[in-house]
Ligand binder design. Structure first.
Ligand code: AHR
Length: 505
């Protein structure tokens, strides 16, 4: 095993941007056991008076998630929001077409919004632009945000919610470029519908922010024409374009899997370029920002999910998308977080998809059993806790290597975050070489009087190690692998490791 030599210079003045805390958002869809038997489980001993599990909520609070996207996902594209409000006993049982499940509507938009706020999160609400359109988007907005004295605001009040929910962020549909989406549209069809829906919604509440649907992934055949065409329609009325991306190590090629964050980086660069092209074409003044509102690793559960939809459809809360994450998945999640931070000037919101039981950092045993933290919980928790403030430019020189599908892969990826209020700087670093350790020297001379507060590491000899209830194999630990002398930090980054190096006064 060799030891790679890596150098980094960080400086208070090398600023990328202030970090919008909403990049630590997440997502809860009416899918599988995310809502039912996830956050909501009236029979659980820790359930509150509304049936929500307090132990799960506590774990969500540990992640400090400022915003949660809801109610889908693919689910939203055939969602009738009216089914989910009013007395629970009168709500219909419906066929849920996206995931071929039964939706009982025991939890709806009022209960969810109240729950989210109690978990410390705002709601990012999506409207159905698949099977529905402008009128329904206006009605749900009136229901949620208008104070009263109109049909839908009075309906909300009659349901026991006197105060408007004041939901500020709204997604104009979900993955409308995807042929799997109910009501899938061409870019012209979606562009026009989103433009007119956005215009109408902003008449009702000009204070809202709107997200135009971007491509469902980097590999969609319509990317990036989709962004170029749809944004020419929506540019004047929206604030963000969405991005979605999931990765999987289907081939068992870990080195190449860990290089996937480079594709995410290129994806973001191309979307920014396309937004700027539209801005120039429109002679516009504003920059369209990015809402990376679905991102994660997703592949472990594919076969089981297909079996459910093909052979066992129409169940209530079936165990779908229950990926059990291993250690290398946590490394890629860390790398994806670093990538988001490196684009903090344009990525203003992001949602780890999802939050509980469905491709999630938090899992519960079926039937109201134990709750536990998956491997990916930890890099997200660290970034959310210490990645607030200003993202600084990482000026790094590091060895590079090629993998089966990627060239010039940097051995070490890192980003510093400066928190001026606390007088702290945190360096998030992944050594993505699975063979070689790295010795990283960091020039921190602009942080005079700082000392090392801690170096936290997430590492494992086994890239495939997983956590389970009462069995945590992958957990962070403190190390003494960093030292500071004469304004230079020297840190040992073990092969395949996530590192959080914190300096302060
Ligand atoms: O997060 C799971 C699914 O992935 C969402 O419903 C959909 O938007 C995406 O394809």
């Amino acid at each position: 095993m060799a030891c790679n030599k890596v150098k980094m210079v960080i400086d208070k003045e090398f600023r990328i941007s202030e970090i919008d805390e909403r990049i630590y958002g997440s997502f809860i869809e009416h899918l599988g056991r995310a809502v039912y038997d996830g956050i909501y489980c009236p029979e659980h001993p820790t359930a509150d008076e509304y049936g929500f599990r307090s132990d799960v909520k506590e774990m969500i609070r540990d992640l400090n998630v400022p915003i949660i996207r809801y109610p889908g996902g693919n689910f939203v594209s055939s969602f009738n929001w009216e089914d989910s409000v009013g007395p629970v006993s009168e709500r219909p049982r419906r066929l849920e077409l996206a995931w071929k499940s039964i939706e009982e509507n025991k939890v709806g938009l009022n209960e969810f919004t109240k729950w989210a706020r109690s978990a410390g999160s705002d709601v990012m609400m999506a409207v159905n632009l698949g099977t529905r359109g402008i009128a329904d988007a206006c009605n749900i907005l009136e229901y949620c945000n208008h104070p009263g004295n109109t049909k839908y605001s009075d309906l909300r009040i009659s349901h026991g919610y006197k105060e408007p929910h004041n939901i500020k962020t709204w997604c104009l549909g979900n993955e409308m470029d995807g042929p799997w989406q109910l009501g899938h549209k061409t870019m012209e069809e979606y562009g026009r519908l989103a433009e007119e829906t956005a215009r109408a919604m902003k008449i009702i509440d000009p204070s809202i922010e709107l997200v135009s649907c971007g491509s469902s992934s980097l590999t969609m055949p319509t990317f990036p024409d989709w962004e170029a065409v749809t944004l020419q329609h929506t540019y004047d009325h929206v604030d963000y374009v969405s991005m979605h991306q999931y990765y999987g190590n289907e081939k068992g090629d870990s080195e190449d899997f860990l290089a996937c964050s480079d594709d995410m980086d290129q994806f973001i660069r191309t979307v920014i370029a396309t937004c700027d092209y539209v801005k120039a074409k429109k002679r516009g003044k504003k920059d369209i920002k990015i809402s990376f509102d679905e991102w994660n690793v997703w592949y472990h559960s594919n076969a089981a999910d297909n079996d459910i939809t093909e052979n066992h459809p129409w169940q209530v809360a079936p165990p779908m998308l229950e990926d059990i994450y291993n250690f290398e998945d946590a490394l890629l999640v860390g790398l994806m977080l670093i990538t988001l931070l490196k684009h903090a000037d344009r990525v203003k919101m992001a949602c780890l998809a999802q939050l509980v039981n469905v491709i999630a950092p938090i899992m519960t045993e079926a039937g109201g059993g134990a709750v536990w933290k998956q491997t990916i919980f930890y890099p997200f928790m660290h970034a959310s806790a210490f990645g607030r403030g200003t993202a600084l430019l990482p000026v790094i020189s590091t060895p590079k290597f090629d993998t089966s599908r990627h060239e010039d892969v940097t051995a070490v990826e890192a980003v510093p975050v400066y928190n001026g209020e606390k007088d702290e700087v945190t360096i998030f670093a992944v050594n993505r070489s699975i063979k070689d350790d790295a010795e990283m020297t960091i020039d921190v001379r602009s942080f005079e009087g700082y000392r090392i507060l801690e170096h936290i590491v997430l590492e494992s000899d086994d890239l495939l190690a997983v956590n389970g209830p009462f069995n945590e194999k992958v957990a962070p630990k403190q190390t003494s692998q960093s030292s500071l002398d004469g304004g230079m930090v020297t840190s040992m980054l073990h092969k395949a490791s996530w590192n959080v190096i914190r300096l302060g006064k």
